[in-house]
Structure formats: C-alpha cells, structure tokens
Design a protein around this ligand. Structure first.
Ligand code: MG
Ligand code: ZN
Length: 220
C-alpha cells in the first residue's frame, strides 16, 4: 500500500511541473514532442532526418534523455540544432522537472519545435507527462509486430505512431497490417507513418504532418 501512495505522490508532483512546462511552451508558440521507443528503434535517426528535412522551415531544438553518456547529443549537435543532454543516472524515464531544467538552456523565443528524446523504454515514459503536446511512439520493424498488444498504454497515449525501418519488412515476419490493426484497436484515429530513416521512404508525410501541428500551435 505504501508503495502505491509514493507513486501517486511522485506522479502528482510531476503533473505540477508538467503544467509549468506546458505554459512555457504555449507562451512561445512552441510545439513540444515527447519521443518514446524501445532502445534501437531509431529515435535519434528520426531526429536527424527531421532536423535535416525541416531545415529552413522550422527551428528545432532537442533534449536528449539517456541513462548516461552524450552519444546521441553529439549526433544531434552535428546537425547544428541546439541540443541539451539530460542524464537520468540510472532512471528509466524523463520527468517534467528534468525538462524544466533543460529548458533554461534554450532561447525559446527563437524556436518552433522542441523534441524530447525520452530514455529507450516503452513502459514508464507513458506515465510521466513532460508538458508535451504529443507523445510520438516509434516502433521499428525488427522489434516485431507484437509491441502494440504488449504495451497498450503507450500506444493509447500516442499522438502519432512512426513505424520505422520499413525497408527491412521483406527480411522479417513483421505484419504491417496486423501492427496497424492492433494500434487502431487501442487508438482508433492516431496518424501512423510508415518510414525508413535509412532510405528516406515515407519521411515527407511525417514532415508535413509536423509542420501542420507546429502551425496550429503557433496560431493558438
Ligand atoms: Mg537515441
Ligand atoms: Zn522509469
């Protein structure tokens, strides 16, 4: 019983900080996205492709969440986008307070989109609101098509789902129709993008959707 109470208190404190983050994003007309996936699904590759693809259209900054190290932040820095690394030192998810700290490092008035790459994990990132407009779930073909059925909470919370590495479909048993059906059972109207960060296939639809969301947020 005690443990349940502690978790409730942690989540309540997180909600307060998430509301503050959301207010800051709104004040600057910023679209904030919380990118969630298993390790190796291609979150950082999707970021690189997105930053490149929207160059000249949207100013993007990145918050990189990792247990330790700055490998992904260094990859993002090479694109020229502003990036802040957050290390959770063993923690398996980001929380809203970590994002509040990271936001101090950016000139928010000079940005259009902030993308937060969460720690690779499909479980508890679903529970922690960071103040984002949307959670974006990335599912990759080599992981298997059973992920939506096994991790329904995160798919139910998703504002969009990206199925990455579709260039590998022929080499696997991944059933695209089944994966989409299982996602729609949980989240009937969620946009689903089939892409390959390696070949560039399907990226345009994803980028156009992002630009539309950004414009809606800036206009609010
Ligand atoms: Mg990464
Ligand atoms: Zn966690």
């Amino acid at each position: 019983m005690t443990e349940i109470k502690i978790l409730k208190n942690i989540l309540a404190a997180n909600e307060g900080q998430a509301a503050l983050n959301r207010e800051r994003f709104a004040r600057h007309g910023l679209l904030a996205l919380n990118l969630i996936a298993s390790p190796g699904a291609g979150k950082t590759s999707l970021l690189e492709r997105t930053i490149d693809g929207l160059a000249g259209r949207c100013r993007i900054a990145v918050i990189e969440g990792d247990i330790t190290g700055d490998h992904d932040a260094r990859r993002i820095a090479k694109t020229g986008a502003p990036v802040v690394q957050v290390n959770t030192e063993g923690g398996c998810h980001l929380n809203a307070a970590m994002i509040g700290e990271a936001l101090r490092e950016f000139a928010l008035a000079e940005l259009d989109i902030i993308i937060i790459e969460n720690v690779g994990n499909l479980v508890c990132p679903a529970e922690f609101d960071l103040g984002e407009a949307f959670k974006i779930v990335v599912l990759s073909v080599p992981e298997g098509d059973d992920k939506p059925a096994k991790y329904p909470l995160i798919f139910s919370e998703a504002g969009a789902v990206v199925i990455n590495k579709v260039d590998m479909l022929a080499a696997t048993d991944f059933d695209l129709a089944k994966a989409e059906r299982d996602i729609r059972k949980i989240n009937p109207h969620v946009p689903i993008f089939q892409i390959s960060c390696r070949s560039g296939q399907g990226l345009d639809a994803w980028l156009d959707w992002l630009v539309r969301q950004q414009k809606d947020h800036a206009a609010e």
